[in-house]
Design a protein around this ligand. Structure first.
Ligand code: GAR
Length: 203
């Protein structure tokens, strides 16, 4: 089985879905959850699921990205991952770090890339008057939120949406999209997949 490391910074709901998906005949298994924040809620969820955890405290590195990445690489390499999933990992990685894991690092981003790279994607999609929004899983390359697209999930923008209601609708699709893409990626499939939200009443 392919060895999967998951990098988080926060609540880790995508991480939970990824871990729960890697069961039975799945071609991959989780070997490490690594957080950039010692307070991340996802850490206890990973432990509860029986997955080893580690922390590299980004704040303690005080802007020394080289030191942060050196420690990250050391812990990652100890786990010998075949695949690295960024799942709500809120630190920008240097081109040098990305190059070290070229072709085996995935990220989920809460927009329909190439639209809305970076932060505050839901508020920006609303401000732009989008009628459709969603999430993208892509291979990580040196440029932020670029890299070959492996899957996208679309949701409608509804009248009265706030960034919060829209984020919740997108997140429900992220939870389906990321496990589907990971399973395919672990089998060597690189052709992108598309998902569309089912009509779901008033949510
Ligand atoms: C997700 O919506 C993910 O797409 C986003 O953060 C959230 C993490 O939630 N990622 C980014 O914005 C990356 N720049 P989670 O911790 O519950 O999975």
């Amino acid at each position: 089985k392919k060895r999967v490391a998951i990098l988080i910074s926060g609540s880790g709901s995508n991480m939970v879905r990824l871990i729960e998906s890697m069961r039975g005949a799945h071609p991959a298994r989780p070997v490490l959850v690594l957080s950039s924040d010692p307070e991340a809620k996802g850490l206890e969820k990973a432990r509860a699921l029986g997955v080893p955890t580690a922390v590299v405290d980004a704040r303690a590195c005080r802007g020394d990205r080289a030191a942060f990445e050196a420690e990250l690489a050391r812990l990652l390499d100890d786990a010998r991952p075949d695949i690295i999933c960024l799942a709500g990992f809120m630190r920008i990685l240097s081109p040098k770090f990305v190059a070290r894991y070229a072709g085996r690092m995935l990220n989920i981003h809460p927009s329909l890339l190439p639209k809305f790279r970076g932060l505050n994607t839901h508020a920006r999609a609303l401000a732009a008057g989008e009628t459709e929004h969603g999430a993208t899983v892509h291979e990580v390359t040196a440029e932020l939120d670029e890299g070959p697209i492996l899957g996208q999930a679309r949701v409608p923008v509804k009248p009265g949406d706030t960034p919060e209601t829209l984020a919740a609708r997108v997140l429900r699709m992220e939870h389906r999209l990321y496990p589907a893409v990971l399973e395919r990626f672990a089998r060597g499939e690189r052709t992108p997949i598309e998902m569309v939200a089912e009509a779901d009443g008033n949510s």
